[in-house]
Design a protein around this ligand. Structure first.
Ligand SMILES: NC(=O)c1ccc[n+]([C@@H]2O[C@H](COP(=O)([O-])OP(=O)(O)OC[C@H]3O[C@@H](n4cnc5c(N)ncnc54)[C@H](O)[C@@H]3O)[C@@H](O)[C@H]2O)c1
Length: 291
């Protein structure tokens, strides 16, 4: 299929923190989306969050035109049925950062989708080459590492697996450009560039809290005031999700077998307590969860 004919419908798997941002961004650019998650409860929550986020986007984005929430939602089909992905020609997978879960999802879409469907993994740390190994035609698997909140971030880290072919890269760049994103194409290595650096810094900041060296807000303020960062590492951790940061550190630790990637025990404690950051209302900071 010619690139210009693609993207009538894009499948987005996983309607969590990042999946809803990807679906919103596509829908705002008039691309139809099939947004899939495992329960109706998750989908209901995703719809409410997208409604709220479109309103926030209208306030914070540089775009002049007002965006109609209902028009955006009309581009999104919410479903728990994998069979709905049968006819999409591009899939962006955003399920939990857990190898066993991802493995099952790729086996499933491999059996449902056509041979030419591109599979883009939005993972924080898992190797794209390892994911590609699960499916037939591994050359159509690529990494697209979006940043949160997706509609407000200008660039996407695109990861070329060992077998990813040029056509897959070109189709991906084409889709990202329709989403008004700049692609930065890099080679595959667990954690890529952004998470190898960012997750590592967040983990070290969590150690500083655990060791009672400084409070979360003091750590964030030192980074913001001294290094001109707009967000501190622990605010960023809350935005990404504490469980996702923990899973990412575990992937780095397992992949490199290097003690410098040891996950901070405080991240385990917070995850076990359900203190997952913004999405649960409490992380290193407290949030209002009404939406
Ligand atoms: N949060 C971020 O800022 C961020 C940024 C870039 C990439 N990522 C990556 O994106 C992926 C998702 O992260 P997240 O933060 O959105 O996590 P999340 O926990 O907020 O959402 C994950 C979603 O996947 C769903 N899910 C689980 N198993 C599924 C299945 N079998 N089929 C369909 N849906 C399923 C869950 O119900 C949940 O809604 C991870 O791989 C993460 O590393 C996250």
């Amino acid at each position: 299929m010619e690139n210009k004919n693609r993207f009538k419908v894009v499948g987005v798997i996983g309607a969590g923190t990042i999946g809803i941002g990807v679906a919103q961004n596509l829908a705002q650019k008039n691309i139809s989306v099939v947004l899939l998650d495992i329960t109706e409860v998750k989908l209901k929550e995703a719809k409410a969050r997208i409604q709220q986020n479109v309103r926030l986007y209208s306030i914070y984005s540089k775009e002049k035109n007002k965006i109609d929430v209902n028009e955006v939602l009309n581009f999104i089909k919410f479903t728990t049925n994998y069979q709905e992905l049968e006819n999409v020609d591009y899939i962006i997978e955003n399920v939990t950062e857990n190898w066993e879960i991802k493995k099952q999802v790729y086996s499933k879409i491999n059996s449902i989708c056509t041979e030419s469907t591109v599979f883009a993994a939005n993972t924080s740390c898992i190797s794209i080459t390892k994911i590609a190994h699960i499916v037939d035609n591994p050359e159509r698997v690529i990494g697209v590492h979006f940043m949160n909140p997706v509609p407000l971030k200008d660039s996407v880290e695109v990861i070329k697996g060992v077998l990813t072919n040029d056509k897959t890269i070109s189709v991906t760049n084409d889709l990202l450009s329709k989403m008004k994103k700049d692609s930065i194409v890099i080679n595959d290595m667990p954690g890529f560039v952004s998470n190898r650096l960012m997750t590592f810094m967040i983990n070290e900041a969590a150690f500083l809290v655990q060791e009672n060296v400084a409070s979360a807000s003091d750590i964030d303020n030192i980074l913001k005031n001294s290094y001109a960062q707009t967000m501190g590492p622990l605010e960023t951790a809350d935005l990404i999700g504490i469980d996702t940061i923990l899973h990412s550190m575990e992937v780095l630790y397992d992949s490199f077998k290097d003690g410098k990637y040891r996950p901070c025990p405080l991240l385990y404690k917070m995850t076990q307590a359900g203190m997952l950051g913004r999405k649960s209302g409490q992380g290193f900071y407290k949030y209002n969860t009404n939406f």
